[in-house]
Design a protein around this ligand. Structure first.
Ligand code: A4P
Ligand code: MG
Length: 290
């Protein structure tokens, strides 16, 4: 957990880039698409600069030269109609740089072709790390692992399958010996494939809400639970944040995850997974209920 002191410097620290000038063919009018016009871009990068502030090492901060190059290149590439789109593309590219927590990008059209007296038009967007996964694709394929070893286990799995959004397929149901934690009853495990519009963070929120609705109480780590929902994969995203790690960090070591997942997406598993993982302690007991 970040300390309060950390959190406040994360909130306050910014790199501010002002007046990045570039020309590009951007605009709704035909003439704007044909002839490049001048733009000015301002960028605010939110980051935790406390380490770089002590170390004096470029590795510990964001190289703002890269941010300027990104903005210049995107404007010069042109071929976009709206300032909203240009600003969003720049913001998402900047979020791809290490250590950027959020980016605010203002794109200003310096000579707007309007029959009025005005100096400029501008659009400002702010995007955070979590927004990186807001795509314009219809949906993303994600996999969620379900586990239960308290109460009516089959009913808990049915509940999860009914509550998870966008279920496209379910694996069979496996009865499995508990791995880790205290002495506890066997689990039922199952994996779901989703076609989802949710970002990975929204999907995690949804999973936590469904666990709570199933009466999950958080006690000892790896202890018995009515329902555990783990986000295994979300497209090909690699996420390491305080609240979410994707792919799920322990999935590759767990037969109770990989065996059901292999029914739905064998191509996603390492070739040797079946030989590598200890056998036993797992039995397929039912097909997915339709
Ligand atoms: N979190 C981070 N990444 C993820 C992710 N990809 N998916 C964070 C879900 N959550 C993720 O989770 C703690 C926090 O992890 C969440 O609040 C979220 O912000 P939790 O569910 O409260 O804790 P947990 O599940 O008790 O701990 P952990 O370490 O996640 O346990 P696992 O790895 O889920 O393992 N044996 C059998 N046979 N079958 C099982 O299903 N499950 C576990 C739990 C142990 N042994 C088992 C089984
Ligand atoms: Mg969990």
């Amino acid at each position: 957990m970040p300390t309060n002191q950390n959190r406040s410097s994360q909130d306050r620290d910014r790199i501010e880039l002002r007046g990045i000038r570039a020309t590009g063919a951007i605009g709704v009018l035909a003439e704007e698409q044909e002839r490049a016009q001048p733009f000015e871009v301002d960028i605010d990068i939110e980051l935790d600069a406390s380490l770089a502030g002590r170390s004096d090492d470029l590795e510990h901060t964001v190289d703002y030269g890269q941010a300027v190059s990104i903005a210049t290149k995107i404007v010069e590439t042109g071929g976009v109609l709206l300032l909203e789109k240009v600003a969003t593309i720049i913001a998402h590219e900047i979020l791809g740089l290490a250590r950027v927590r959020a980016a605010t990008v203002t794109v200003k059209k310096l000579r707007p072709p309007l029959p009025h007296d005005l100096t400029s038009t501008a659009v400002r967007v702010r995007r955070e790390q979590a927004d990186q996964f807001l795509t314009d694709r219809a949906s993303t394929t994600a996999y969620v692992a379900m586990g239960t070893n308290l109460g009516d286990r089959q009913a808990n799995l049915r509940f999860a399958a009914a509550m998870l959004p966008g279920i496209a397929a379910l694996s069979g149901i496996y009865e499995t010996d508990p791995v880790g934690g205290p002495d506890q009853d066997p689990y039922l495990n199952q994996v779901a494939r989703l076609e989802t519009m949710l970002t990975p963070f929204e999907l995690l929120e949804r999973c936590l809400a469904i666990e709570a609705a199933a009466g999950r109480e958080r006690g000892i780590r790896w202890g018995p639970r009515t329902l555990d929902l783990d986000v295994l994969l979300w497209g090909d995203a690699a996420i390491e944040s305080a609240t979410l790690t994707v792919p799920h960090p322990r999935m590759w070591e767990r037969r109770f995850v990989l065996e059901p997942l292999s029914e739905l997406a064998p191509e996603l598993l390492p070739e040797d997974w079946n030989e590598r993982l200890p056998r036993g302690g797992i039995k397929r007991i039912a097909d997915a209920e339709q």
